[in-house]
Design a protein around this ligand. Structure first.
Ligand SMILES: *Cc1c(COP(=O)(O)O)cnc(C)c1O
Length: 402
């Protein structure tokens, strides 16, 4: 009897996500290894000259150069396609390589982009500073308000870009409503899904066209590698994204692809546990009287929408302390277990002060407009025992007099 290797999509599409995460996309070599092999090779050899020529003409399958194809990288791309329910995937060297490739491959001088205000700092630099240098006009809107997207549309609008939940204000955007408005305008709808992962939210199911990731976050989830991914329709991937990345080379190394591939095997377990921990921590903070924004709490202004789109509240929350930056920095310094770190989606719980770190490079006025106050702290909850996290936050709040 023939065993399925995870490569035949007609079979793997039928698997449930937990099975896909472990087995999807596996391509075994002639040695029959259990764990996926790392193909650390830049190039490939051919038995004869005509074979090389035929592959370059695209008439025969087979790999030619690792900027274009690599077996380990392709296993990761196929596994991500299955998890996301997307037709095609390209992985990249970092999340920002994914975001910039998705936007720059699609937009040209004279095009107009509408983007959500609350976003990862580097995404705002991309939309507000880099793309306009190449003649792309950008309008920034409050992503929470679908009417703002409708009003921002123009004749030359080619793309909508937003994240949900958004970094670091934990705003939720209505993927279905915004996608409908975007499609009406003929725009490609691109969602940065880094804070949710396909375990919690699959934007394509709500009408988005393209999903982009920092796989550095929940997908690796153990603070080891930078990685990114772009997922979307096969035709767009071939004609637009690959037409750009083949020649600009934002490739993911086969080694880093392998690390993420192995991490996907535990993605569901890790994300589910971190969400449980995050909910307990958020409830504790609320009981202590701290202003906390967490989509899984009924007090989050968009709790209902978040729960329609996501299967749990996520692993990240924002809290705002009275007393501005001095109080916020004092709380960070009082922590004994939770690390001061600007990363998120790690197995270790990490806390940062966005105004002085991740969003330091956006102007004070932009931060103000984004709702990033001087007293705001962002907490990414990991896999430690939730009670230890609560104890650490409790003693730190005591020490800063809250
Ligand atoms: C981290 C992050 C990025 C950038 O990803 P890198 O892997 O650091 O390049 C983009 N968007 C969001 C929402 C992020 O959290």
């Amino acid at each position: 009897m023939k065993r399925t290797t995870g490569q035949d999509r007609t079979v793997t599409r039928r698997w449930r996500p937990a099975t896909q995460a472990v087995r999807g996309g596996t391509a075994r070599s002639e040695f029959g290894e259990t764990s996926e092999a790392i193909f650390m090779t830049s190039g490939f050899c051919y038995d004869e000259a005509e074979e090389a020529a035929a592959r370059f003409r695209g008439e025969r399958p087979g790999m030619t150069y690792s900027r274009l194809q690599n077996p380990t990288v392709q296993m990761l791309e196929e596994r991500l396609c299955l998890l996301e329910g997307a037709e095609a995937c390209r992985v990249t060297a970092s999340g920002m390589a994914a975001m910039s490739a998705a936007l720059m491959s699609h937009l040209s001088a004279g095009d107009h982009l509408v983007a959500g205000a609350a976003a990862f700092g580097s995404c705002r630099v991309l939309t507000d500073t880099i793309l306009p240098r190449f003649g792309v006009e950008t309008t920034i809107v409050d992503a929470r308000d679908p009417q703002a997207w409708a009003k921002a549309r123009r004749r030359n609008t080619k793309a909508f870009f937003f994240e949900t939940p958004a970094n670091p204000t934990i705003d939720i955007a209505d993927i279905r409503a915004i996608s409908d408005i975007g499609h009406d305008a003929g725009a490609l709808v691109i969602v940065d899904n880094a804070f949710a992962s396909p375990v919690l939210q699959r934007p394509i199911e709500f009408g988005a066209d393209v999903v982009a990731y920092s796989a550095t976050k929940l997908m690796d989830g153990q603070g080891r590698v930078l990685a990114g991914a772009v997922l979307g329709p096969a035709e767009w991937m071939e004609k637009t994204l690959l037409a750009f990345t083949r020649h600009t080379g934002p490739n993911l190394s086969p080694f880093n692809a392998w690390v993420v591939l192995k991490s996907l095997e535990t993605l569901d377990l890790r994300v589910s546990r971190a969400c449980e921990n995050a909910l307990r921590v958020a409830r504790f903070l609320e009981r202590r009287g701290v202003t906390v924004l967490y989509p899984g709490l009924a007090s989050h202004p968009q709790h209902e929408l978040a729960m329609q789109q996501m299967s749990a509240g996520g692993t990240i929350m924002a809290m705002t302390l009275d007393g501005g930056r001095p109080r916020a920095h004092a709380l960070l310094d009082a922590l004994e277990l939770i690390d001061i770190s600007n990363n998120v989606g790690d197995s270790r719980s990490l806390m940062t002060h966005p105004a002085s770190t991740t969003h330091y490079s956006v102007s004070a006025e932009t931060r103000e407009a984004m709702g990033i106050g001087e007293g705001m702290l962002r907490l990414s909850v990991g896999l430690e025992d939730a009670q230890d996290l609560i104890d650490d936050l409790g003693q730190a709040l005591d020490r800063v007099g809250l």
